[in-house]
Design a binder for this molecule. Sequence first.
Ligand SMILES: *Cc1c(COP(=O)(O)O)cnc(C)c1O
Length: 387
Amino acid sequence: MIPFIDLQAQRLRLAGKIEAAVQDAVVGGAWVMGPQVRQFESDLAAFGQAQHALGCANGTDALILPLIAWGIRTGDAVFCPSFTFTATAEVVPWLGASPVFVDVDARTYNMDPVRLEAAIEAVKAEGRLTPKVVIAVDLFGQPADYPAIRAICDRHGLKLISDSAQGFGCTLDGHHPLKWADVTTTSFFPAKPLGCYGDGGAVLTNDEDLAQEMDSLRVHGKVVAKDLKAGATAFTHDPKYLAMRIGMNSRLDTIQAAILIEKLKVFGQEIEWRNRIAARYNEHLAPHVGAVPHVIDGGVSIWAQYTIEHADRDGLITHLKDQGVPTAVYYPVPMHLQPAYGRFPHGAGGLPITERLKDVVLSLPMHADLDEATQDKVIAAVASYKG
Ligand SMILES: *Cc1c(COP(=O)(O)O)cnc(C)c1O
């Protein structure tokens, strides 16, 4: 079986740089929030066209940090796609708020702005929940339709999060999603395109006040600059031990930051390689499948997944497995059909696109080190299916 994502190939390509960085972090002794964290945050902000980047423990915490900062609570509605990974919606009920599931575009699989506005209006008309936030997801690596979604958020006075756990590094008309979103969140889980060697995450924002709030929240509500300015200078002891707000422990480990510094250096190159692989897959697979991926006009995907449609999806999966080609289905059970999430509302008219996609999508091997011979093996295996 060829690997679905070959992380060892990347490790070997980086030729000991990561092991050396880990060794330095261990010897350095500042194992939590050490200098490598600060360095990585500055590199990440530069890469992501952001004024502020803050590391945190994982991509799920990255989503809860802005929601806490904005005071989201019981009775609030947070709009997000149903066709996404659990974490996108999971953080919302933590605060007593309700996710409202929105259908996706049939070609890009990202939040459909028309369905979003219909869902907001339905929630307003019903009057039970107060619309507060939209979480757009950059599914499988490509940017959501941010200009349209931002315009809707502005019309209705809503905050916008780009959940870029799969899409960090993607662009639309040359801009990162943060040009439109109030905050971008990402994950460094190993299988994500920019992954570390454990768990990690980050938030990026151009909003100085929000950055300080989130910086405080990730370290137990510690004092930050704006608190000192607001009069906290009168403290008679180290303000580090003052809790200004109810926070959490969501720090990024120094070792993980050290790894990520090295990985970010080659990330731009890897995105180019992933795009070359996707273009080759597109060209050779299009005649054999229901649909190859469609990227939004002006968008550059980072190809967290390469996902096709096939009418006999399960038959093709079995055939590919017999040929030594692994596949994955993202997502067989959309959020609104999950046992734990069925009670939350979804947009009027149901979620027909999401419910169709769950039965026809499958993802093929995709990673920066996928060589042409292996791509050809995948292509030949798909082409040979006569189901
Ligand atoms: C992976 C993922 C997350 C969560 O990231 P973790 O680091 O695993 O907590 C959130 N949203 C999406 C869309 C993801 O794919």
